[in-house]
Ligand binder design. Structure first.
Ligand code: RNT
Ligand code: ZN
Length: 418
């Protein structure tokens, strides 16, 4: 059925509460969402796909069809991208390098190892984000990298981060866009340490070295990601939230907030307006779905996802909040996982763009909390889905559930043959 009639009714209904649905669609079409490459192959990469995933993060499940090489990953990503509306970036990790079959030590990676990614992204008008990979490596096997007690190991990871930053700047220059480079290290203690202070001082010193030289903001923005705990590092995470709040302010970096990296009743939607007051640079989001722990489930259209989107749009934070997805589920079709999560992120942004925020804020300012609650609840049953369908149609991507059959077909013809 065509979206036209339903959209017309929805547009009129939203107009009655002062919301311009066409403007909402235009607004959301301009917000890039960075999609994590690592959903496609269970965070293995191409450095050594058989090396297990380490660093206290885990993919569970063995659904058939994971991408085994660079061509398969790109083909799968392209397939998903055709099903997802909106502006896209791909977030790459250093281990997704194109080394032409020749092993390159992680502290020697160069922009040329990402040249084919740049060309691929340029043709498709995708932006790129970047991540040094400080896990799944023999020198990270004991759980420490940038805070390692051995100066030689620590120096190796500093060189890897510097090499990654250099690659990110080169990508940004080549594509004429801004890369967000995210630093996350798994460093932490399984059991209660007696010198967490020294570990944190070493981590701080590593970042002093990594961020010593400024780079051009137009091409690269560095971001640092905290965490509360990891598997095998339950007692103390060296790079805690407080650590990185200070680190980001000191070095003028983006603060990365991952939805799964806080205590289970804490939500990142509430943190944005506080963090941005003091951190003028901005925030990188790792939108994820923690189920009881940092489980990295596929993002669904739940209250917290809507709250994140609402908080971004209510205060016009689009320029300072960079939206990235970070989840990895190996128990379902991975192309579907990409599509479901990214469509949901887009859906939440559009949902937020349809809020009559100024009116609600007026009620709140007057102390009329009754009306605020009443309207917030009534808004939930406005015909949002008709606007969403229209947005998908405008973007030339499948409307409603029609994409599911496409993915099943791709599974039958391609993924299941791997
Ligand atoms: C780990 C962090 C980190 C990774 C990716 C692969 O807990 O969330 O961002 O998930 O870099
Ligand atoms: Zn993350």
């Amino acid at each position: 059925m065509s979206t036209e009639n339903m959209y017309r009714i929805a547009r009129d209904l939203y107009a009655e509460i002062g919301v311009d649905t066409d403007a909402a669609i235009r607004r959301v079409s301009d917000i890039p969402v960075s999609i994590q490459c690592w959903q496609g192959d269970d965070v293995r990469g191409f450095e050594n796909p058989d090396a297990g995933l380490s660093g206290g993060i885990q993919t569970t499940g063995n659904y058939p069809g994971r991408a085994r090489n660079i061509d398969e990953l790109r083909a799968d990503f392209d397939f998903a991208a055709r099903l997802i509306p909106g502006k896209k970036k791909i977030s790459l990790h250093a281990i997704y390098l194109d080394n032409g079959g020749k092993a390159v030590p992680r502290d020697e990676i160069e922009p040329k190892h990402f040249a084919s990614w740049i060309e691929w992204a340029r043709e498709r008008r995708y932006g790129i984000d970047f991540n040094p990979t400080c896990f799944s490596h023999p020198l990270a096997a004991d759980g420490f990298t940038l805070s390692h007690v051995d100066p030689g190991v620590r120096a190796f990871w500093i060189r890897h981060c510097l090499a990654s930053r250099n690659i990110a700047v080169a990508i940004g220059r080549a594509l004429g866009q801004t890369v967000c480079t995210n630093y996350w290290v798994p460093d932490g203690f399984k059991d209660i340490p007696v010198d967490r202070a020294a570990a944190r001082a070493r981590l701080a010193d590593s970042y002093d070295q990594i961020f010593a030289e400024p780079v051009d903001d137009a091409f690269n923005l560095d971001a640092v990601e905290s965490k509360v705990f990891g598997i095998g590092a339950e007692s103390c995470t060296v790079g805690s939230h407080e650590f990185y709040m200070g680190c980001a302010l000191k070095h003028n970096l983006l603060l990365t907030l991952d939805a799964g990296h806080f205590h289970p009743t804490e939500v990142i939607s509430d943190k944005l307006s506080s963090a941005l007051l003091y951190n003028k640079k901005g925030i990188l989001l790792h939108v994820s779905r923690p189920v009881r722990w940092d489980s990295d489930h596929v993002v669904i259209f739940d209250d917290e996802l809507k709250a994140i989107a609402l908080e971004i749009l209510r205060y016009h934070y689009e320029d300072r909040i960079h939206i990235g997805l970070d989840y990895f589920d190996a128990s379902i079709n991975r192309v579907a996982a990409w599509t479901i999560g990214a469509r949901n992120m887009q859906k939440a942004l559009l949902y937020a763009a349809l809020e009559p925020t100024a009116r609600l804020q007026e009620m709140e300012a007057k102390g009329d909390y009754t009306s605020r609650l009443a309207y917030l609840e009534e808004l939930k049953s406005y015909p949002f889905s008709a606007v969403w369908d229209r947005y998908c149609e405008n973007c030339g991507v499948p409307v409603r559930d029609s994409w599911i059959a496409d993915v099943q077909e791709y599974e039958n013809s391609t993924l299941s043959k791997r």
